[in-house]
Write a new protein. Structure first.
Length: 95
């Protein structure tokens, strides 16, 4: 099975973050990606973290708190749990 990958422009469109915000998150080591020639390749985990960071930012969560939460969410299962919880909150109109 091949892993789904995304370009930075695709991640920008998916998350609503600016290219500079995405670049900064990578440079700061918050999001881990792969360099492929001259471009950056984002896997699903990196895209999920970028989405979570964008949502935190839109909600006014300070960066130091967002970084702490992201460190706690580094395992796939925890990220999936958080995304499912966010989906549920959106469905019931609480997010």
């Amino acid at each position: 099975m091949t892993q789904q990958i995304y370009t930075t422009l695709e991640v920008k469109q998916l998350t609503g973050a600016s290219l500079r915000q995405l670049q900064w998150r990578v440079e700061a080591g918050i999001v881990k990606i792969t360099l492929n020639g001259h471009g950056r390749v984002w896997d699903k985990q990196a895209v999920r973290l970028a989405c979570i960071l964008t949502e935190f930012r839109s909600r006014g969560v300070p960066l130091h708190k967002a970084r702490k939460l992201i460190r706690e969410l580094q395992t796939e299962s925890k990220v999936r749990e958080i995304l499912n919880a966010l989906d549920l909150l959106k469905k019931v109109g609480l997010w």
